[in-house]
Every structure is written in C-alpha cells, then in structure tokens.
Design a protein around this ligand. Sequence first.
Ligand code: F6P
Length: 341
Amino acid sequence: MRIGVLTSGGDCPGLNAVIRSVVHRAVVDHGDEVIGFHDGWRGLLECDYRKLDLDAVGGILARGGTILGSSRVRPEHLRDGVERAKGHVSDLGLDAIIPIGGEGTLKAAHLLSEGGLPIVGVPKTIDNDIASTDVTFGFDTAVGVATEALDRLKTTAESHQRVLIVEVMGRHTGWIALHSGMAAGAHAIVVPERPFDIGELTARVGERFSAGKRFAIVVVAEGAKPREGSMDWDEGGKDVYGHERFAGVARQLSVELEQRLGKEARPVILGHVQRGGTPTAYDRVLATRFGWHAVEAVHRGEFGMLTALRGTEITMAPLSRAVETLKTVPAERYAEAQCVL
Ligand code: F6P
C-alpha cells in the first residue's frame, strides 16, 4: 500500500511519535510505502512531499514539533481544493491519507472524506477537547509544563505578596487550566465553560489575604470570559484564519483585581511554551498507539474514521461525529478542583 501522512494545525508534543509509529508499522510490518506531505494540507494541495523511510524517522520519538511542518488552511480553501487533492492522491497512487490534527484539521479531513478520499484521522491537541477520544496526546505534556511553571510562580508570588494571574492555553475549554491548577494547588481556576463573576473572584482571592496568606495564584484559560455585565471586557478579534485573537484575559484580570483588592497583581502568559519541547512518556505512548492503529485501520479499509482512546483501549470513531461538538469540562469536575469559579 502507499500511505500519505500529514500534520496540520497548531503543533503538539507527540506528532513525531505518531509519524514514526506510522512508518514503523506500515513500512516494517506491512511492507508499505509512506510519504509525508509538508506543512499540512498545503503539502497535499501543492503536491509537496517526501518519502518517509526508517532513516527519516530515526531519533524523532522524543522530539517536539513535527518533522513534516504544519500550517493552518481555511476549510473554505480546502473545499475548493477537494478535486485537486483527489487528483494528487490518484497521481501519487495513494491508498490512504492519515492526517494528524485537531478540531480544524479533523473538520477538513471529514470534508475530504465526504468528497471521496480514503482518510483515517489521528486526533491531536494540547487542549484535550476532541469529543471522540478520552485523551489527546500533547495534553499531558502541556499540563506538566503549566504545572511546573505554577510551582515556580508560587515562590516569587509569595516573596512579593502578589496575585499572579496565569493564563494557559484553551480557546474553548479549560482542561489545561483545570488539571494544572489542581496539580499545583491554585487558589482559583477560571475556565471558558463557566463565565466568571469578577465579584466572586475578587472575594475568593481577598479571603485568602484576609486569612493571613501572602499571595494568590489564579489560573485562567485564555478563552475565559466574564459573566455578561460583570466587568468591562475587551473581546479581542479574529485572526486571518477566523480563530479568536484573545485580548489577554490575564492582563485584563490583573488590572481589575489589583484595583479591587489593593494588592499588586501581575499577568503571566505561558503561551506556546506549553506546546513546545519533548513529549512526556504518556504522550509518546498514546501517540505511538494512535499511529499503529491508524495503519491497521487503513489496512482494514476503515475510512472516514479516526483513532480514539476509550478507557485504556484504542478504538475507531467516525470523523463525522468527531467534528460535531467539543469535549468541555463537565460541571462535576469543578467540585473536585474545589476552586473553579
Ligand atoms: O493547540 C491549540 C491551541 O493551543 C489553543 O489553545 C490556542 O488558542 C491555539 O492553539 C493557538 O495557536 P496558534 O498561535 O498556533 O494559532
């Protein structure tokens, strides 16, 4: 068989582990040929690719980023490109394409699959918000990075008796905020799923100082918003891909909390450091399993599907359902964290 693989959308620790696993399973075990498209869908649309053999994937298991490169392509561009993509798949004699990506990539994969292309998707995102799978690789790494940062920030916050508002990634969901906040013992966690009340947040942090504590750490997901009318709020705008360009929740909250509490407050934006660097062992294993199962699905002719973790098992789920809704943090999880607003 001849299989094409690509990585699309925001990068994520573990992408290289999937690529390596696909090549190992396909080339070594099945005698297939694998090619890798450069920079996501762009590579497929422009027929820009290279052959992936064992040498090409040597030593990449622990490497962050993606050796193939990634890009964001607007779905409407791809819609126009379905016929072009089909032409390239047929010219290259490809039996299947394995796109590795998050929400946007899986939407595009679904579109191409509906257009008749043989596709098996692999979900990835540090945000952990793909509904079809219990966990996405990259999430564990991102939570680890954020937790380490929070641990470090506690000591400087305490030295200066400050409130630190730490912004973590999570456009639509608060998984990273919830897990890193719980792991580091944050004093308040603010997630996009629950618009916050600035009065409640101020009271929670204020109580801590009244109890004699010298600092407070607030973890906030970048997509969090206040309750309607709760405070003045800059919504930000959209980037060229139509994604929200946030106006800085940590920055806005630090100004507001400083005024309300009369305590020094500082915003800390962790940003893309959460996505960079080597994946954790957990993410390497999950990514490797996804790659292995994606190749098996290709050999079974199980197209229009994506790999998914359910409990401890890898299963296949329909691409159509994967793009319907995002996996948000369920309300019962807030209680466990004890400090979600
Ligand atoms: O990978 C998902 C994500 O981390 C979001 O949480 C974040 O909003 C987005 O990517 C930012 O990515 P980029 O700057 O590459 O558009």
